[in-house]
Each structure stands twice: as C-alpha cells, then as structure tokens.
Design a protein around this ligand. Structure first.
Ligand code: ADP
Ligand code: MG
Length: 250
C-alpha cells in the first residue's frame, strides 16, 4: 500500500457513490447502472469483470467524465464531485490526468506511431522537442522503437494497441482506463498488453482500471470486481501473478 498522498482522497484515485445511468429506450428508460459504488487505488490494477451488456463501458464513461450519470457522484484525485464541474473543466481534467485504451485502438489513420503520441503531448502544451523525446521514450518502453515511423495500416493489432498504450502513458497519467484492451488481440499480443497494464500500475503507480469480459485477465489483477446487470456483485483483493500466461484464443 502506498503512503504517497496524490489528491484529497489518500490512497484512492477514484471514489464513486451511487452511480445511476439510464438510457432512453423508446418512450421509457432502461437503467444500465443501478446504484454503483466504486473505488480504485493508486498502484492497483483493478479489474472489472462482467458479461457483455452488464454495464462495464458505461461505468468507465461515467467514472471518467465522458457520460453524465443521472445520480451519484465521482470524486477523483483532488476533485470532489467531478460532475459538478463545467464540461470544459472536466475535459481538461481528463486530458491532464487520465489515459484511455480501447478495444478498437482509436488511432489516427494518417499519423505515424510517433505522431500519434506527439500530438497528445503537444495538445497538453509540451514543446515540439519535448513531445518528440517523451513520445519516443514511451514507444520504446512498449517495444516499438523500430516502428516509430509506421502508420496504423501496416502495424499489427498488437502493435496498434501498444501505440495506444504508449499514447496513454506518455503523459504519465494518474489514472488509466482500459476498456476490453485485449479483446481484439490473440493470446500472445493480449499477454503483452496486459503485462504493460500491470507495469503501469506497479512501476508508474497509476490507478489502472481495466474492464473486460475475459476472465483470464484476472491473473494480473490486484483486485477483481464483478459486475452483473448494472450492479457490483463481488469485490475481492487478489494476488497478481506476473508470470501468468494468456493462452491463445485459437
Ligand atoms: P458492456 O460494456 O458491459 O458490454 P455497456 O455498458 O456497453 O455494457 O452497455 C450496457 C447496456 O446499456 C447494454 O444493454 C447496452 O445496450 C446499453 N447501452 C449502452 N450505451 C447505450 C446508449 N448510448 N443508448 C442506449 N443504450 C445503451
Ligand atoms: Mg463494453
């Protein structure tokens, strides 16, 4: 357990209470988050597991300021009640402190690996020279030193996800959200990705929140939270096994 205090909430990077999210469905509403309490610690890989449709992506979106919940509050780092801030401030806060990794990589098709990472750092206000240095180091850290000048079309799925991880980690975020980060990858590349997320928690001290329907990822987690039908149904500490093997899908 870390003793470093990062924000107003001690060991906790995020504490959320009573999150309710409803979507309009015809003339009625469907409740997708049904009063979710959630927290995540700095330095932990917190795994949120649940079947497809259980509300995992919706949870990430409401925690990270992307989707406003109808009820509940999110305290994050030094912010009390994220959703009380203006949308401009929420966007700035997210850019400064949170990284994101998605199943579909979300890379810019026209940019090289290096440019994907540089662009985010420049948007954050780094000079060109600093952005280039940081971006290069982040890509080297995920083993993509030889691929700096390649565009996504010629990178493999695993390489694309490593670019996305480098992009997310280059700004040294305190919180890293990963939504099904291995689902589009084979076992070998999935394993590279989950090990990088493990390292982001252990070595960078980030609060890594990974949502997945793949129970095999549990092996790398410090904590396993289970969600079903918009409710947390289980929450256990777990000892990660850094040498775990993610068997191939095929
Ligand atoms: P998961 O990520 O666990 O698969 P989601 O959070 O994506 O689950 O979705 C949970 C439920 O909410 C699903 O039934 C989905 O159809 C519904 N849902 C998600 N987003 C929307 C939306 N924008 N409008 C309406 N329904 C939605
Ligand atoms: Mg999802």
């Amino acid at each position: 357990m870390t003793t470093k205090v990062h924000g107003n909430h001690g060991d906790f990077a995020i504490e959320a209470k009573g999150l309710v999210k409803r979507f309009k469905s015809g003339k009625s509403f469907v409740e997708v988050l049904k009063g979710v309490d959630f927290d995540a610690r700095h330095g932990d890989l917190t795994m949120v597991m649940g079947p497809s449709g259980s509300g995992k992506s919706t949870l990430v979106a409401t925690l990270s300021g992307l989707l406003r919940p109808e009820e509940g509050r999110v305290d994050m780092l030094d912010v009390d009640d994220l959703w009380k801030m203006s949308s401009g401030k929420i966007d700035k806060f997210r850019l400064d402190h949170c990284g994101f990794i998605f199943q579909g990589f979300n890379l810019f098709p026209a940019l090289t690996a290096l440019q994907q990472v540089e662009v985010v750092l420049k948007f954050q206000g780094l000079s060109s020279g600093d952005a280039k240095r940081r971006a290069t180091a982040a890509l080297e850290e995920v083993g993509l030193g030889p691929r700096l000048h390649q565009r996504p079309t010629i990178l493999s799925g695993g390489e694309k996800q490593r670019v996305a991880i480098a992009r997310a980690l280059a700004k040294d975020p305190q919180i890293l959200f990963a939504d099904e980060p291995t689902s589009a990858l084979d076992g070998e590349n999935g394993q590279i990705v989950i090990r990088l997320l493990r390292r982001a928690a252990t070595e960078h001290g980030a609060a890594v929140i990974c949502v997945t329907h793949d129970p095999r990822l549990e092996a790398w987690a410090d904590r396993v939270i289970k969600i079903e039908d918009g409710k947390i149904v289980d929450d256990q500490r777990h000892t990660p096994d850094p040498n775990a093997v993610l068997a191939s899908h095929h």
